[in-house]
Each structure stands twice: as structure tokens, then as C-alpha cells.
Design a binder for this molecule. Sequence first.
Ligand code: NAD
Length: 464
Amino acid sequence: MDTPDLINKTFLAQNKTALSWRNSTTDQRIERLKKIKTWVLENEKKIQDALFEDFKKPAAETTLSEIYPLTSEINHVIKNLATWVKPKKVPSTLAMAGTKSKIYYEPKGVSLIISPWNYPFNLAIGPLISALAAGCTAIIKPSELTPHTSGLIKSMIAELFESSEVAVFTGDVEVSKNLLKFPFDHIFFTGSPTVGKIVMEAASKNLSSITLELGGKSPTIIHDSADLKDAAEKIIKGKFINCGQTCIAPDYVLVQNQVKEELMMEMKVAIQKMYDPEYKGIEHSKDLARIINQKNHIRLEQLIQDAIEKGAKFEFGGNITPETLYIEPTILSNLNENMDLMNEEIFGPILPILTYEDIQEAIDLINSKPKPLALYYFGKDDETTNKVISDTSSGNAVINDCVLHYLHKNLPFGGVNNSGIGKAHGHYGFLAFSNEKGVLRQRVGFNNSSMIKPPYGIKVNKII
Ligand code: NAD
């Protein structure tokens, strides 16, 4: 059977399962999640090996950023699901006196999850946890750029579920396009804004609801009141984990003029301490992943070249080895808006440093760009902190840290406009795959709207 026929057969089978899963109990849903958790914990080494094969991701980073987010998400769902699924009473307004109303959380049905390559295990299975918690079935299309991890996901799901419950279709863009023709009840896409637009257009043909978890340029502001050592360490860690290939990595830094030099010094110390503590050369570090493929390696090399040709200056790094897809953690200064680096999501180990005099300059620059996925602010001054948070728009914001919010189970995670639509994680993930159905119960023989029926006459005027 070729792929389109198999997709059709799987989609129809999942529609049947979705009907029978509508009323699945909390315990049944938790059982499905526990199967995943057990498999993940028992196969940690296999997951680490697959990611190492795909882009030399260090094992510790895999545990930290691909496995822990999933096991902790499952634990959080297990603890809270009974509360989330319970119909929620809402109070009656005056005009609704005598009625009783509740919100029911019904599973949307059959869902499609399309995931990217950069956290390939976490970003395929994370949304699946939310889908299963909500009582949905799912078809997953992982990235073709991480064949080892995508293959592992396929065999894991085949071991744990019937394809009529959860199925995986590996393959390239064509597979994705074929899947997008089907009238899914919800599509959860994680990837670039460019492909997000294609997914949204395809979803509109069937009016499938969507969650779009996209990317963008997440700014990082350093105020002169910041603890610069603390800020430098946190930014270096958040920027260079996964070799900078993180949707919420600090994309560029805006630092107040008078503290720039000290920040540069602290950043260089932090890179040395994290990636080359024994002064053997960063290229020998076992803790730095590689660029995903040659195409992206060339793209990043060109971003550096373009910036240097237009006047940028190396503050740190710049060494590149194309054969091993290595790019040294690189810090650039003396940048301007004509550089490609300042106009596309970097998604690699290059950190541009811009300076500002007055905080309004930094805010204006951020507001002149599409709304970012995250915004980071380092400083101890409450007034400026509040001004930055209230005068800018971003999917999430973090004060005096970066990237950390990803792991907070009670915060909605996601973007706004160009960086995404809808939210994920914990309760917000559950809601993404649920239809919040308002149900109103009237008393028999009682009519709240007895005044508003024909003949209307002048009675209608009395209700406003
Ligand atoms: P991508 O958009 O190129 O691909 C994502 C998925 O879409 C893949 O499975 C791919 O096969 C599929 N796809 C690609 N082109 C398609 C098309 N024309 N039609 C249908 N499907 C198509 O993204 P990527 O390069 O894998 O990942 C990097 C991007 O993802 C970055 O922009 C990053 O910021 C973003 N991202 C966002 C989050 C988040 O949570 N918001 C997390 C990780 C990555």
C-alpha cells in the first residue's frame, strides 16, 4: 500500500477510535501516558544514541532537554488530569437566572502533529502527551532531517499503540502535504513561520483548528543594573545548548553602552568555563552539538561572512570546520540592520551584541520587528523591568534568566502572531486538543426570554 492510501486507511481507523475514546476515563488516559513514560525511561540510552547520530547531541543535553521535559510533563498531567477533565460550573448572569451551565471538555478527535528537527524527540512526543490527555488520537509526522530519532519514534509508537490510536508517518515534505489534505480535528505544528503559513492555509481548507508553535528572533536586554556575571552565564548556557538550534534561544543581545565591555569579558569567561575548561580547544568539547546539516552550516557561515563584510567585529569565536559541521560559539559586535543576521532567525551558535543608550531605543528596535517567541530581560531595576514587559509583545518573557520558562508546567508556552498561534504545555496543551463546550440546562416550563418573541412591539426596548 503506498503512503497516501495508508494515510487514508489510518485516518479512517482513527476516526472510529476517536469516537470510542470520547468518553475514555481519566484512568484510561493516564494508562496511555504511563506506557510512554515507562518506554522513555527504559530506552534513555537508545534516545541519546539516536540524537547523537543525528547531530552529535551530547547525551546529557538529551536527558535534560528531550527526556526530562516529557517525563515531567507526564507526571504533571497525571497529577492534574482529573481536575482538568471535570466539567466546570459557571455562574448564571441576571438574564440567565434559573438556568445552570457548565463547560465540558470534549476531545477534539483525530489530531495531526507535525514536528521539527531541533528537539526531535521532545517536540513530537510533547504534543502527543497533550493529545492523549485530552482523549484524542494522533498521527505524528516527525522531521526528515533527524532520521535516527524519527525512526526510533516510529518503532516506539508501533510498540505501544495500535495505528488506529497513534500512528507515525516518517518522510519528507510530500508526506506532510499528503497528511495536510485530511480533515483533522486539530493540527499541532511546530516549525518555522514560513511553513506555519503553509500549514495554516492547508488547515483552512477543512477548517481544522490549529496550534502553531513557530520561531523568530528572541531579544535579550541587559540593563546597566544587571548582575553581568550571572547574566552572561545564563545567556551563554541558553544560547549554545543544542549548538544554538533552539527556538527560544536568545537571538541577539541589546546591552546598555556603559556595561558592554564588562559583559563581553564575562561572556568569554563563561564560554571558556563551559566548553573548554582545560584549554584544549572548544572543537574537542563533548558538550557542544553540531549543526544539523550542510545546508544550515553554509547558511550560518554566510550569515557571519555577510556581517563581517558589512563591518561587524568578532568578539569571540568565528572558527568553522565544514567537514564536521562545527561552528565555534561566536559573538559579534558592531552590527547594523542591513545585515542578514539582524533580519532572519539565526538558529545557530552566533550571538550578535548591539548597544543602546536609553531603554526606549531597545524597546523601539524590538517593536520594529515581528513579535518574538520569547523576550529576556536582565536587570534589577523594577521600573525598567515593568516598562519592558508592558511596552513590548512576545509569546513569553523571562526576567533575569532565559529559556527556563520552557520547563514551567503552569505557564502557557507559545508565540504570538509571527512566532505562533495558541499555547502548549500542561493545562494549556490539554485545552489545545479539547473543545470547550458550553452546556446550558434550562428548567422545563421556564422561559427566560418570554419577553422577546413576536409580536415584539415595544417590549424589546425594555431589555436594554
Ligand atoms: P520546518 O518548518 O522547516 O519543518 C517543520 C516540519 O514541517 C517538518 O516535519 C517538515 O517535514 C515539515 N514541512 C517542511 N516544509 C513543509 C511544507 N512545505 N509543507 C508541509 N510540511 C512541511 O522547521 P525546522 O527547520 O524543522 O525547525 C526549525 C524551526 O522551528 C525554527 O523556526 C524554530 O524556531 C521552530 N521551532 C519552534 C518551536 C516552538 O516551540 N515554538 C520549537 C522548535 C522549533
